[in-house]
Design a protein around this ligand. Structure first.
Ligand SMILES: [Zn+2]
Length: 519
């Protein structure tokens, strides 16, 4: 039985089939930067990037546009920003006119945008960014706005069809938001339209105004109209949406109908993606402050592993990205896929996992299989040597340039993990001196003798052999032996597997420490 086609390849084929043979395909994504853009929001970016790659694999030319929908009203102050009371005053302003209370960017929207966009090249994602504040303020959509205002009735009919619980929009309604010239807020409504480019408006603040939107970019289409307008304007062939947008009567439903009614065009190929859930369960939300960002994930995972989480899971399936001890398994899963790609191991779904691996590498797979250091081992090295540059000097394998690069990156990830996320049992500090611990006479004897003989041990097996023979000689049980060794080394009753651990620390250092044990 042939294997099922990789999910992004399936969507890419749908795009070519439904949109026909085109010289250029446009795939799109976007977000309102109303707060921290978290790893669940990142799912849309990478999903579209994977579809772009799938289309390119078919020999198609693709443009990937990412829109910052920042000319939206600032609705709510999120839980995780500084100076919340100050920000309250800016509710209703365009997000680009809200100050950045983190103090590092020229406004709030820019701060939220850069937090994610600065990290995107690391994972091989380089869309063309569109700033809706620039587009609207620059009056780029004047013709489209006019077209939509003239189609007010059609748009109202579509929207009213889905307004089950709310009152229908009145006949006087126009699809237009105005940032009032009196108070700067999106609290105004159209009172008259001249059929060309001028609207009269009235605001809750009492201001009455008149604006020619070909000359002054203070108006915008409401989101449900803005989206299909841009599908038309940018000639979008594929754009998906999260679960919320895909709900019945959601902005995808209304957007598709408005596009047909107002522009007589077929909607772009759509797809749905599910949430990335937090480890404790539940979707990530700005209101809870329970957010993991792309930059946080990149502190613990190599870029190819970050991509692997998303490529290896169908968009419609929710998953979580572990930051605790499950990080070991996550790395192993990735390594397994890497081995399948390089033919080092077999798998029933070899073609599938090879494709997933191909898609996971930010800039294409390496020519030969890279080194695969266990993350647990990297964490141990960091516990011993603290700094990646120091730890890498104690790696036993001979490393090529590429391997050394991966190893160093992994050690840097392990360092972040130890410092920020590792459960207590995975953190320890190597003692420089023998700590004040209670040891039995037998334990002292055995550990001192082990110290004096370590130099003669060439391999891990030799070290294990020493454990056995010396313990037996002094009639010390295994449990007490290990407990005593860990107490002297790291002031704990257990720790990483002892023989490799001693080799990683360096026999000389351990010998010196054990040699200092007094009677
Ligand atoms: Zn006003």
């Amino acid at each position: 039985m042939p294997e099922e086609l990789f999910w992004a390849d399936q969507i890419a084929r749908r795009v070519v089939k439904e949109r026909g043979d085109k010289k250029l395909y446009t795939v799109a994504a976007g977000i309102t930067p109303s707060g921290t853009i978290h790893i669940g929001n990142f799912r849309e970016m990478i999903t579209v990037d994977l579809i772009r790659r799938a289309l390119e694999s078919m020999g198609r030319k693709v443009k990937f546009i990412y829109s910052w929908d920042e000319y939206e009203r600032f609705r709510k102050v999120p839980a995780n920003v500084p100076k919340k009371e100050m920000l309250e005053k800016f509710i209703g302003f365009p997000i680009t006119e809200v100050p950045d209370t983190f103090g590092c960017h020229s406004n709030y929207a820019e701060h939220m945008e850069h937090e994610v966009s600065d990290a995107l090249p690391k994972v091989g994602i380089r869309p063309e960014f569109l700033h809706q504040s620039v587009m609207y303020r620059g009056c780029k959509y004047a013709e489209e706005i006019r077209h939509c205002l003239l189609a007010s009735e059609k748009i109202r009919e579509v929207l009213n069809k889905f307004r089950k619980k709310e009152d229908p929009l009145p006949e006087t309604w126009h699809p237009l938001h105005i940032f009032c010239e009196g108070c700067k807020k999106d609290e105004a409504w159209v009172t008259a339209y001249d059929g060309k480019y001028t609207v009269n408006y009235e605001c809750t603040c009492g201001h009455n105004g008149k604006v020619n939107f070909k000359e002054k970019g203070i108006v915008k289409l409401p989101w449900r109209v803005d989206w299909p307008m841009r599908w038309h304007y940018e000639k979008v062939d594929c754009e998906g949406g999260g679960k919320d947008h895909n709900a019945p009567g959601g902005s995808i439903d209304t957007g598709q109908e408005i596009l047909k009614a107002v522009y007589s065009e077929q909607p772009p190929v759509s797809f749905m993606y599910d949430f990335v859930i937090s480890k404790s369960g539940g979707k990530m939300a700005k209101s809870t402050g329970n957010l993991v960002r792309l930059v946080d994930v990149l502190e613990v995972y190599l870029p190819e592993v970050v991509r692997f989480f998303f490529a290896g899971t169908k968009p419609m399936k929710e998953f979580s990205i572990p930051m605790d001890a499950e990080v070991f398994k996550a790395y192993e899963d990735f390594y397994q896929t890497e081995r399948i790609y390089f033919g080092k191991t077999d798998d029933q779904r070899k073609a599938h996992w090879s494709r997933v691996y191909f898609m996971s590498c930010p800039d294409g797979p390496p020519k030969s299989m890279p080194i695969q250091p266990a993350f647990k081992h990297c964490a141990e090295l960091i516990n011993i040597y603290r700094e990646p540059a120091e730890a890498i000097k104690h790696v036993k394998e001979k490393l090529s340039k590429g391997d050394a690069e991966r190893y160093l990156l992994l050690l840097a990830c392990a360092k972040n993990w130890i410092e920020k996320y590792a459960p207590e049992e995975y953190r320890f500090e190597l003692n420089e001196k023998v700590p004040s611990v209670e040891l039995s006479d037998k334990q002292r004897l055995v550990l001192r003798e082990l110290g004096s003989k370590l130099d003669g041990a060439k391999t891990e097996e030799d070290v294990v052999e020493l454990f056995t023979t010396i313990s037996r000689k002094h009639d010390l049980d295994t449990k007490s032996f290990f407990k005593g060794a860990y107490q002297v080394l790291i002031s704990r009753e257990n720790g990483p597997r002892l023989a490799p651990f001693i080799m990683a620390i360096g026999k000389e250092k351990v010998a010196k420490l054990f040699g200092q044990i007094r009677n």
